[in-house]
Design a protein around this ligand. Structure first.
Ligand code: IMP
Ligand code: MG
Length: 176
């Protein structure tokens, strides 16, 4: 079945919002250094754009996790596929994610990373689907709250495709 992508958030809207979050973070962390932790692969496009907009000193690290259980419903218990290169001890950490959905993955991950002794830890997500929340997660910086629709682009995939779209879109199947 052919797929079409309907634009939900244009490239201009996404870029403008990321610039604003970067400015907000720069104000909030004035005089400090921020350590951005990217959750691969989805968070990578957002983190790169965000990092370019932050004017305080920035360091970056990456981790990759995979969730146990079925593919459609995340159990929240994650296995670390690639761990961070650097310790988090005494760092001002911002975890950068593409989307918070049920919240299961992130609540588990934040708990895990919190045990490594960061000086502070905040969460920044490009997208949030609050209607879908099952586990409460405190989000400090949100790009956009979106309705309960499956979205792609800007790092988000549908079966590993569409991550490279410079906008956020909804997948529509022809014949629907
Ligand atoms: P959860 O918050 O534990 O349910 O899982 C969030 C993860 O599910 C995200 O990091 C994405 O990888 C994936 N995900 C959730 N909603 C979407 C979507 O609309 N499009 C693409 N991936 C999604
Ligand atoms: Mg993700």
């Amino acid at each position: 079945m052919a797929e079409r992508i309907k634009v939900l958030l244009s490239e201009e809207e996404v870029d403008a919002r990321i610039k604003a979050i970067g400015e907000q973070i720069s104000r909030d962390y004035a005089g400090r250094q921020v350590h951005l932790v990217c959750v691969l692969k989805g968070g990578s496009f957002f983190m790169c754009e965000l990092a370019k907009r932050i004017t305080v000193p920035v360091s970056l690290d990456f981790m990759s996790v995979s969730s146990y259980g079925s593919n459609t419903k995340s159990s929240g218990v994650v296995r670390i596929v690639k761990d961070l290169d650097e310790p988090l001890k005494d760092k001002d950490v911002i975890v950068v994610e593409d989307i918070v959905d049920s919240g299961r993955t992130l609540s588990y991950l934040l708990e895990l990373l919190g045990q490594r002794g960061p000086k502070s830890m905040r969460l920044c997500t490009l997208l949030d689907k609050p209607e879908r929340r099952v586990v409460e997660v405190k989000v400090d910086y949100t790009g956009f709250e979106i309705p309960d629709e499956f979205v792609v682009g800007y790092g988000l995939d549908y079966d590993q495709r569409y991550r490279n779209l410079p906008y956020i879109g909804v997948v529509e199947l022809d014949g629907e």
